[in-house]
Design a protein around this ligand. Structure first.
Ligand code: NAD
Ligand code: MG
Length: 372
């Protein structure tokens, strides 16, 4: 029997990488459902190539095979013939599908980090109470999972997540203010979707990842550090209580963490992964984060520490500000200013259920639109 997989966001950067990995592992997995927001033609092509039984186009009419509208995400994620849900949706739109999949006892292979940032406690509680399983695809978190390798959380002293530093790592702060969209999208080490590329340029991405690690590994914020590592070869360090530090190493390629999330805790042969070569990887260097020049990072981590609905507000404000930047409505330097203003206006409440979280998300979107 093969394992049934649903790929939500199959037309994106992580989605297409996932389908490539799955195509190499046909003896083990079958793709039963795929969904996307738009890109109907690509989705149709993918459906034909993988023989998907369910095809969901959120922003499209109901097709013969699948469905349209946002409901199709939950429908795909909870089908009885689906064992693993790869959530490769960008942004808050992935929340309900993650929760529904976990409640239906699926494994969720999660790229959609915004989901965990908005609703980390709720997502983990759902997994615990229903028996669903949450495995990260994010390379840093996959690295930590691989280093921890089943040891209890009490043995972990500290994580050090690495950050490439993004395209503006060496830019002077005055030049940063008016950085252009094409500059922000030119990531030095990773090929990714537009939103996460801008998040890497502001370092919002690393704040989202600190919050993600806090929830996934049950660690306090004081136990999670970040270091800039421009080569993106070491994906994370895990320090244990005895002082020993393990790191996971490899050329930057999302297919490896995707493969691991699908097969965890097993390791299966995959010849397509480029063999590691320390000499080709070149000198590995490390730098401190430039907190003053990339204020979005600290704003995000602080929202995580505050907890309640603050992380959801940070996430929503960031999503709207990034859209506004990509649409030419605000300058790059305005992104952290806008987020800071919206966070300062927010009175945090408990993030107890989906309704409370979505309400905070909606409030933050409106407040951010008004501030942009
Ligand atoms: P992308 O923009 O390339 O793809 C996003 C996918 O989500 C597309 O298939 C799109 O159709 C779908 N989508 C967008 N809006 C939607 C909506 N409202 N409802 C339903 N589906 C929607 O993005 P990506 O770079 O693949 O990133 C996806 C997620 O993975 C993000 O959360 C990102 O932070 C995370 N991630 C990406 C990478 C990477 O290398 N690209 C690495 C680590 C984590
Ligand atoms: Mg990452």
């Amino acid at each position: 029997m093969t394992i049934g997989v649903a790929v939500l966001g199959s037309t994106g950067s992580i989605g297409t990488s996932t389908l490539r990995v799955l195509a190499r592992l046909r003896h083990r997995f079958r793709v039963v459902a795929i969904t996307a927001y738009g890109s109907g033609n690509l989705l149709e092509e993918q459906a034909a190539a993988v023989g998907a039984e369910f095809v969901g186009l959120v922003n499209g009419p109901a097709g013969a095979q699948g469905c349209g509208g946002t409901d199709c995400l939950v429908t795909a994620a909870t089908r009885p013939d689906v064992d693993i849900v790869v959530n490769a949706i960008v942004g808050s739109a992935g929340l309900e599908a993650t929760i529904a999949a976990l409640a239906a006892r699926k494994r969720v292979a999660l790229a959609n980090k915004e989901t965990l940032v908005m609703a980390g406690e709720l997502v983990l509680r759902t997994a615990r109470e229903h028996g669903g399983e949450l495995i990260p695809i994010d390379s840093e978190h996959s690295a930590v999972l691989q280093c921890i390798a089943g040891r209890p959380a009490v043995e972990v002293k500290r994580l050090i997540l690495t950050a490439s530093g993004g395209p503006f790592r060496e830019w002077h702060r005055d030049r940063l203010k008016t950085a252009r969209v094409e500059d922000a999208l030119r990531h030095p080490t990773w090929q990714m979707g537009r939103k996460i590329s801008v998040d890497s340029a502001t370092m919002a991405n690393k704040a989202l990842e600190v919050i993600e690690a806090h929830h996934l590994f049950g660690l306090a914020y004081e136990q999670i550090d970040v270091v800039v590592h421009p080569q993106s070869i070491i994906h994370a360090f895990t320090e244990f209580v005895d002082g020993s530090v393990l790191a996971q190493v490899g050329f930057p390629d999302m297919e490896l963490p995707i493969l691991y999330a699908l097969t965890y805790p097993e390791r299966v042969p995959d010849d397509a992964v480029k063999p590691f070569d320390p000499i080709a990887a070149g000198p590995l260097t490390f730098e401190a984060v430039r907190h003053d020049d990339f204020p979005t990072f600290s704003l995000g981590v602080e929202a995580g520490r505050t907890g309640g609905t603050h992380p959801a507000v940070f996430n929503a404000a960031n999503e709207v500000a990034v859209e506004a930047f990509l649409g030419g409505r605000i300058e790059f330097g305005r992104i952290p200013e806008v987020i800071e203003t919206v966070l300062a206006e927010h009175t945090s409440g408990p993030a107890a259920d989906v309704a409370a979280i979505l309400q905070a998300d909606r409030w933050a979107r409106e407040a951010t639109e008004a501030t942009c």
